[in-house]
Design a protein around this ligand. Structure first.
Ligand code: PRP
Length: 201
């Protein structure tokens, strides 16, 4: 396991959610620098491909990562979107997945790169990869911005990971709690009282 990125900065930049964000886990500049490294690695890997790389974004959390990542690539790419729903409760996934929105295009014979925001248990992605593999892509790889190695149960081969983080609920840079906080430009943790209020605890 790589070292966890677990330094917290309690000097939280002003944001539209008042005091809800308790600490910054990954600041904006660190996120952008790592996304650049991932994009450089991917640009190099696929630079001699005959066809454009097809990026598959899993809505909604990965949207911010995808748009920054795609703009930092030096190779041509296409973008496809998928929406899935996991039959879990609000904080854990079950591994049983339903497709809410499928890809618009066939991926048979294409180089496909799934762009994910976070792997918790890994169950959603594990299901998705099996599904996509069945469609006959030429290659199928995954890059995820965040991973929680302490809770991942499904083994998944990854091209690369942005940051390994502790098992804490994180928001920002696409990640939500009850659909809020996605628009914050850094990854942070929430004050526990936000959970209790919204979950009615
Ligand atoms: C999150 C995230 C992953 C999944 C990870 O999506 O984007 O797809 O959960 O969990 P797992 O590894 O335990 O399966 P979520 O269902 O919260 O939807 P969202 O991206 O629309 O917020």
């Amino acid at each position: 396991m790589t070292k966890l990125y677990d330094h917290k900065d309690y000097n939280v930049p002003a944001n539209r959610y008042g005091d809800d964000v308790e600490a910054v886990l990954i600041p904006e500049d660190a996120l952008q620098a790592r996304v650049q490294e991932l994009a450089d690695m991917v640009s190099e890997k696929y630079k001699d491909s005959e066809q454009d790389l097809m990026l598959v974004c899993v809505l909604k959390g990965a949207v911010f990562f995808l748009t920054d990542f795609a703009r930092k690539l030096t190779i041509p790419c296409e973008m496809e979107f998928m929406a899935v729903s996991s039959y879990g409760n609000s904080t854990t996934s079950s591994g049983v997945v339903r497709i809410l929105k499928d890809l618009d295009k066939e991926i048979e014979g294409r180089d496909v790169l799934v762009v994910e925001d976070i792997i918790d248990s890994g169950l959603t992605l594990s299901w998705l990869l099996k599904n996509l593999k069945g469609r006959g892509p030429k290659s199928l790889e995954v890059v995820t911005l965040l991973r929680k190695p302490e809770v991942q149960t499904a083994k998944i081969d990854l091209l690369d990971v942005g940051f390994d983080i502790p098992n804490e609920f994180v928001v920002g840079y696409g990640l939500d709690f009850a659909e809020r906080y996605r628009d914050i430009p850094y990854v942070g943790t929430l004050h526990p009282n936000v959970y209790s209020e919204l979950l009615g605890l």
